[in-house]
Design a protein around this ligand. Structure first.
Ligand code: CP
Length: 324
């Protein structure tokens, strides 16, 4: 049965969080509340509700200190769809250049009556720092290589939507694991929901220490490929590296790019994912990225639904506040 706007009532009583800082600290129940809420918002939006004004009168501020296409735009759109006002802060044209501290900048934005700050920063722990210093809701939109919780959640929703479950699946995260906040958020979420997770890439980008998180470490994509239900292809983050982790991009692509030949040796129902941005020909060839196994653009669509769910859960009326 599909969801109508009127079916989305109060925030479930099992959800008690004011912030979303990571996936690591979420329970399986909380993850499922986010995923189920996202499905409800997706269905309500599809039932021609362009606006679901559950957050009318609220204000959300995007504080992005790193570039973004998907996350920034979809948080803005999610807030607008829910009837909230939005502020887009640009660090390059701000008074940070005059010596104002990061926390003072955030407190000044909050003082304008902001209810939620959505922060992306290159330093791990930045969202946690803001949560400790602000009174409003803080949502982590990516803190360095630490976590990118809404990306992990939208990835998991996309898998659940296509394959019908998470428990029992084998999901491989392939590529630059060392610098990937998406990998960490996926690992925490997927493991809590019962998936087997493999991290795979060159040894310079995949330490054996990842086994301490309960995942399988692999260096040979062709060896693990027949066992995988999902491949999530992570971008090589050259901008975070001080030395090149492999001799050439061509060599990386030969060993790890998902192409037509590898697809032919994979499970027939294999799901190909990438958090984006993708580098065509490096992690994935264009025919695979644009082919029927790919969920890359579905991930973006689900990102909007997940971000609507997260804003609603953290800012929306609880059952005691809800107007009947
Ligand atoms: N996947 C992701 O975070 O993309 P953006 O950097 O474009 O937000």
């Amino acid at each position: 049965m599909s969801t109508a706007v009127s079916d989305i009532g109060a925030v479930p009583s099992a959800w008690t969080r004011r912030h979303l800082l990571d996936v690591e600290s979420l329970s399986a129940e909380e993850i499922n509340i986010i995923l189920d809420s996202a499905v409800a918002f997706k269905e309500a939006s599809a039932n021609c509700a362009q606006k679901i004004p559950l957050l009318a009168g609220r204000t959300c501020a995007n504080l992005f200190f790193e570039n973004s296409t998907r996350t920034r735009t979809s948080f803005s759109l999610a807030a607008k769809r829910l009837g909230a006002d939005t502020i887009d802060f640009s660090s390059s044209s701000s008074s940070l250049s005059k010596g104002e501290t990061f926390i003072d900048t955030a407190k000044n934005i909050e003082a304008m009556g902001v209810d939620a700050v959505i922060v992306r920063h290159h330093t791990p722990g930045t969202a946690q720092l803001l949560a400790e210093n602000l009174k409003c809701t803080v949502i982590n939109a990516g803190d360095g290589p630490h976590e990118h919780p809404t990306q992990g959640l939208l990835d998991i929703l996309s898998i659940r939507e296509r394959l019908g479950r998470i428990a029992g699946l084998t999901v491989a995260l392939v590529g630059d694991i060392a610098h990937s906040r998406t990998a960490r958020s996926n690992i925490w979420g997927l493991k809590k929901l019962g998936a087997h997770v493999i991290v795979c890439g060159p040894s310079t980008l995949v330490s054996k220490r990842w086994e301490e998180l309960g995942v399988e470490v692999a260096y040979n994509l062709d060896a693990i490929l027949p066992r995988c239900d999902v491949l999530n292809l992570l971008r090589i983050q050259f901008e975070r590296q001080t030395t090149r982790p492999f001799p050439s991009v061509r060599e990386y692509a030969l060993l790890y790019a998902m192409d037509r030949e590898r697809l032919a040796r994979a499970k027939p129902e294999i799901l190909i994912m990438a958090p984006g941005p993708i580098n065509r020909g490096v992690e994935v060839t264009p025919d695979v990225a644009d082919g029927p196994h790919s969920a890359i653009l579905e991930q973006v669509t689900n990102g909007l639904a997940v971000r609507m769910a997260v804003l609603w859960l953290t800012l929306g009326p609880t059952s005691s506040e809800a107007v009947s």
